[in-house]
Design a protein around this ligand. Structure first.
Ligand code: SAH
Length: 229
């Protein structure tokens, strides 16, 4: 998978993606990050990338001419996404969809955002990581890419851990325990020591349901609707 990143802060990449699972995937070439500095496409002597908004108001807007030149220089194929609080919220389902793509391009905003005409011209889609406002698209993109890269083929060692994880079956994950059996008087649930795999799976599913119902009534309602017979 090839990922083009358009940013004013190229030094933020690969950032934490250089570590652990994603770090290994990048080092092994399972995913290629092509990071481009938008400022390289500024044409005036101050290398300016932003200007004041028409209609007035606070903040600055990223200029369409500079963004257009940057996109032209990197874009070959695939979807272009702008990281934006106005976008659809990124979920595990989106991560799976992105992980199947050959090439994608992401545009990280700064200031108040980008000139709307760039979105129109390049048919750019918008994607958000949640209902809050960050100061830039970079932390959002790094977070999203972490979720995508671990789903690429042969990146996670144990693929069953992927199937059982939170959100994969519409539920949050069950609790985990490791050694020792007794930690400061707190014992591991007996069922997990029984060796009875079917019973353990049933217990885990029950726990998953309980936790989802208690913590995320929104997900629980969706789960019930999807599992109606
Ligand atoms: N004025 C904009 C916010 C600008 S924040 C608004 O009210 O919608 C500056 C940049 O941070 C944005 O251009 C975007 O790229 C990024 N950003 C902020 N919040 C984000 C979020 N929740 N998800 C993804 N990107 C976000």
């Amino acid at each position: 998978m090839k990922i083009n990143v358009l940013t004013l802060y190229p030094e933020m990449f690969p950032g934490f993606l250089g570590y652990s699972l994603a770090g290994k995937a990048l080092a092994e070439g399972k995913c290629e990050l092509n990071v481009v500095n938008i400022r390289d496409f500024a044409t005036d002597k101050y290398k300016s990338v932003d200007d004041t908004p028409f209609g007035g108001g606070a903040g600055m807007v990223m200029k369409p001419s500079v963004l257009d030149a940057a996109i032209k220089a990197v874009y070959k194929k695939g979807d272009i996404y702008y990281l934006s609080p106005r976008g659809m919220v990124f979920t595990q389902k989106t991560a799976h969809t992105f992980a199947k793509e050959e090439e994608m391009t992401f545009l990280c905003g700064r200031f108040e955002g980008i000139d709307e005409r760039i979105i129109e011209k390049w048919n750019i889609k918008e994607i958000s990581i949640g209902d809050f406002v960050l100061s830039g698209g970079e932390p959002a993109l790094l977070t999203m890419l972490d979720a995508v890269i671990r789903l690429l083929p042969n990146v996670m060692g144990n693929t069953s851990s992927e199937i059982e994880e939170s959100f994969e079956n519409g539920l949050l994950e069950y609790p985990h325990y490791t050694k020792p059996q007794n930690f400061e008087g707190m014992k591991v649930p007996d069922i997990l020591l029984s060796g009875h795999h079917q019973k353990i799976n049933e217990w885990r599913l029950e726990q998953s349901k309980k936790i989802t119902q208690e913590r995320r009534p929104d997900l629980w309602t969706k789960y019930l609707n999807q599992n109606k017979n």
